[in-house]
Structures are given as structure tokens and as C-alpha cells.
Design a protein around this ligand. Structure first.
Ligand SMILES: Cc1cc2nc3c(=O)[nH]c(=O)nc-3n(C[C@H](O)[C@H](O)[C@H](O)COP(=O)(O)OP(=O)(O)OC[C@H]3O[C@@H](n4cnc5c(N)ncnc54)[C@H](O)[C@@H]3O)c2cc1C
Length: 374
């Protein structure tokens, strides 16, 4: 039997995940990426593989499968990945109540535990102790540095037999089983469009009719901490309980949301929830804010970054707060609450998109599911 051939458009994490899954099922794969290397959301994120943020059930299962693949990929492709776990710090009785309710609700489903103040401090020297009530500890989270991991994953896949990459080529048209870039064209049995936040180039009419929008996220990176000082697990606090759907199992969450709305309205309006993760080189990735819509400002608001840093200082302490870089990323986000968007344009072309702020956490698992269903 002839080997089946697929074209994957886009070398972000979604395109790479499909490429891996297709290769594993014996497909020949050609990945076509408009830039000399991926420059989209997949290299601009925290690098948090974050099962704790997923609702229990199929999303959580997919996140755990992705986590396993990330760890395997880090070995094969030779990039840094650490099984850090994660700490959600509680500074009010109500936040602590949410932690306890969450742990109780998911006793046998997630590796989540309530930590006392002493136990919390022993997990991370970066924790601000003043006012600390305890924390939620989860074992499942993994950190990679996306700037390294995405590039090395692509390099690893490119070395596999039957997988090739075409860099610096924008696909501007798809007709039947053929994709076009200027005078060049490529044909295959199946085409997967993994174009992330680029809704304009391919199928703009379809994207316009989908329940999907864009989200701009502001980020910062603090310099390498001195003397190999490590913060341990990534840290976040009260705003993250409100941000992630997974915490909706806690009955007190609505009360916490009301308190934040009353006391920190501006933070919620700017979609700020604050997290910090350390990469293998000791740098600290900090974020973020969420601005939704199709008309996003190309400029980053320093006021937003200041607010993020102020919140961060309320729960984290570092050796060196000097800024290394600031940037923003844009990801596609479903407006109907779905975790992804898979659309069969015809019997050749499938669009895989809409993973929102969880593409690093979910894509590897999703890629396998999509290929399984071809
Ligand atoms: C700041 C930020 C922080 C985040 N943090 C996390 C996190 O910690 N954990 C997590 O799980 N998720 C996180 N996310 C979400 C995650 O990064 C995204 O869900 C994911 O990267 C989306 O991957 P993608 O492949 O769809 O898009 P992209 O990474 O944007 O890739 C799409 C690729 O397609 C290429 N392309 C587009 N159109 C064409 C065309 N016509 N021809 C050729 N090439 C084309 C683009 O150049 C691009 O490289 C974050 C996102 C952002 C922005």
C-alpha cells in the first residue's frame, strides 16, 4: 500500500503535535511554515504544561497524555523540561476555603493537596510569607522553555524519516488536495490547517462565521537569578483560581469572584492573573493580561505590566527583579466555551485551532486524537 501523505500548515505546537501523531501512524508529512522558524503563540508563552487548570474529565485526561509526550519529547529532542508541580498560594480565608473545597471535590481524580504555611514555604523559597494562609499543591505540572522546546521539537521531527519542513513559505491558497505559495505548490492526501491566530489568510469567511476570536497576552521575563537560585514550582495566587475553569468545582469560588470584582476591578477588567515560572537558565517568565477581540492594539501597555508586577510582589520574592524582555502573544480563543475547534472543510482539509491559553497543555494529546479519527 502507498504511504499516505499529509500537509500540515503551521509549525506551532498544534502543527507539531499533528506531525508527531501522523508520523507515528506511518504517514509521510510535509510541514509548511511562513516564518524561518515558529514565531507565534507557541514560542511566546510561559511553557507551562498545566493539567491543574483543566476541567476534570476528558480535558484533564488529554492534558496528562500531553504531559507524558512532552517528557518523552524533551528526552528525544534534547530540551530542558522539569516536573515542577505547581503552587497556588492563598492569602485570605476565602482563598484557603477554595483550596480546601477543590482538594475535597477532586480527592481521587487529581494529585492536589492542601499545604500548611510551613509546608508551602518548604516548597518554594520565593513565597512571600507575610499573610500566607496555605496553598494548593499539585504534582502534575511540567515547565519547558517554549523558545527552546518548540525549536528543538521541530528539529527532532525534521530528522525523522518521512517528515520534512518547508520554512519561510506562506500558504495563500488551498484548492482540492493542493496548497499554493506563489509559484510553488504541494499536494497530499490530507491537509491540516494549524494557522493559530492567523484567521485572515486561509478561509477568512469560515473564521468569520466561527465562534472564535483572538486574545492578546502581555508577558515579561526577568533576568537569570544569581547563583543558580531556584524558585522551585511555578507560583500563582488568588487571581488564578478565578481564571481557570477547573476551580469551578469549589462552591466558594463565586464568593471569591465577587470579592475580587469589588476590590480589584481593574485587574479583572484587564484580564490580569499572575503567574511566574522559572526556566532551566534561571530566568523568570511572568504574566499575564488578556485582551479579547479582533482589533488588538499592536502596543503594549506599561501600566498593565506594572499592575502584573505589583500583584506578583504580593506573593513572590526574587533575588533579581531586573527585566530581561517584554512582549505579547496572540492566541485564538473560542467564544462558546469549547476547548478547541476542529472543522472538516471538505474531505481533504481539516482546520485544527482554538486551543486558547492551553495549547501547550493540550495539543500533543489532541494531535493523537485527531489522527486517530481520520
Ligand atoms: C503569552 C501566552 C502565554 C501562554 N501560556 C501558555 C502556557 O503556559 N501553557 C499553555 O498550555 N498554553 C499557553 N498559551 C497558549 C498556547 O501558546 C497556544 O494555545 C498555542 O501556542 C497555539 O498554538 P498554534 O500552533 O495554534 O499557534 P501558533 O503557535 O501561533 O502557530 C501557528 C503557526 O502557523 C503559521 N502560519 C499561519 N498561517 C500560515 C500560512 N498561511 N502559511 C504558513 N504558515 C502559517 C504561523 O507562522 C505560526 O508559526 C499561551 C499563549 C500566549 C500567547
Amino acid at each position: 500500500m502507498n504511504q499516505q501523505h499529509a500537509i500540515v500548515i503551521g509549525a506551532g505546537i498544534v502543527g507539531l503535535s499533528l506531525t508527531r501523531a501522523l508520523h507515528n501512524k506511518g504517514w509521510k508529512v510535509t510541514v509548511i511554515e511562513r516564518h524561518p522558524q515558529a514565531q507565534g503563540a507557541s514560542v511566546r508563552n510561559f511553557g507551562m504544561i498545566w493539567p491543574i487548570g483543566q476541567s476534570q474529565g476528558s480535558s484533564f485526561k488529554r492534558a496528562l497524555r500531553s504531559r507524558q509526550i512532552w517528557l518523552e519529547m524533551s528526552e528525544k529532542a534534547g530540551f530542558w523540561a522539569e516536573k515542577t508541580g505547581s503552587l497556588h498560594l492563598a492569602y485570605s480565608d476565602l482563598e484557603l476555603q477554595v483550596v480546601k473545597e477543590y482538594v475535597e471535590a477532586l480527592q481521587n481524580q487529581k494529585s492536589a493537596h492542601h499545604l500548611t504555611v510551613q509546608e508551602t514555604i518548604s516548597k518554594s523559597p520565593a513565597t512571600v510569607i507575610n499573610g500566607l494562609k496555605g496553598a494548593l499543591w499539585s504534582e502534575d505540572e511540567v515547565i519547558v522553555d517554549p523558545r527552546e522546546a518548540i525549536v528543538k521539537t521541530a528539529q527532532h521531527l525534521e530528522r525523522l524519516e518521512g517528515v520534512s519542513f518547508v520554512w519561510s513559505r506562506l500558504i495563500s491558497r488551498i484548492k482540492g488536495n493542493t496548497v499554493y505559495s506563489g509559484q510553488r505548490s504541494w499536494s497530499a492526501d490530507k491537509i491540516f490547517v494549524c494557522s493559530g491566530a492567523d484567521f485572515e489568510t486561509l478561509y477568512p469567511d469560515l473564521f468569520e462565521s466561527f465562534p472564535i476570536t483572538k486574545c492578546k497576552v502581555q508577558m515579561m521575563r526577568l533576568v537569570q537569578q544569581p547563583l543558580n537560585w531556584r524558585i522551585g514550582p511555578p507560583l500563582c495566587a488568588g487571581l488564578s483560581f478565578i481564571h481557570y475553569k477547573g476551580f469551578e468545582v469549589a462552591p466558594s469560588l463565586q464568593k471569591l469572584k465577587d470579592v475580587y470584582m469589588e476590590q480589584h476591578k481593574e485587574l479583572l477588567e484587564l484580564g490580569i492573573h499572575v503567574m511566574v515560572a522559572q526556566n532551566g537558565m534561571g530566568e523568570l517568565t511572568v504574566g499575564d493580561s488578556h485582551d479579547y477581540g479582533l482589533n488588538l492594539s499592536p502596543f503594549d501597555a506599561m501600566h498593565t505590566n506594572k499592575l502584573i508586577l505589583n500583584v506578583l510582589k504580593s506573593f513572590a520574592q526574587f533575588k533579581d527583579w531586573n527585566m530581561g524582555s517584554t512582549w505579547h502573544g496572540i492566541y485564538p480563543k473560542m467564544t462558546n466555551g469549547a476547548t478547541e475547534f476542529i472543522f472538516q472543510v471538505d474531505n481533504m482539509v481539516t482546520i485544527v485551532n482554538g486551543l486558547g491559553g492551553a495549547g501547550m497543555t493540550l495539543s500533543f494529546g489532541l494531535g493523537e486524537e485527531v489522527v486517530e479519527n481520520i
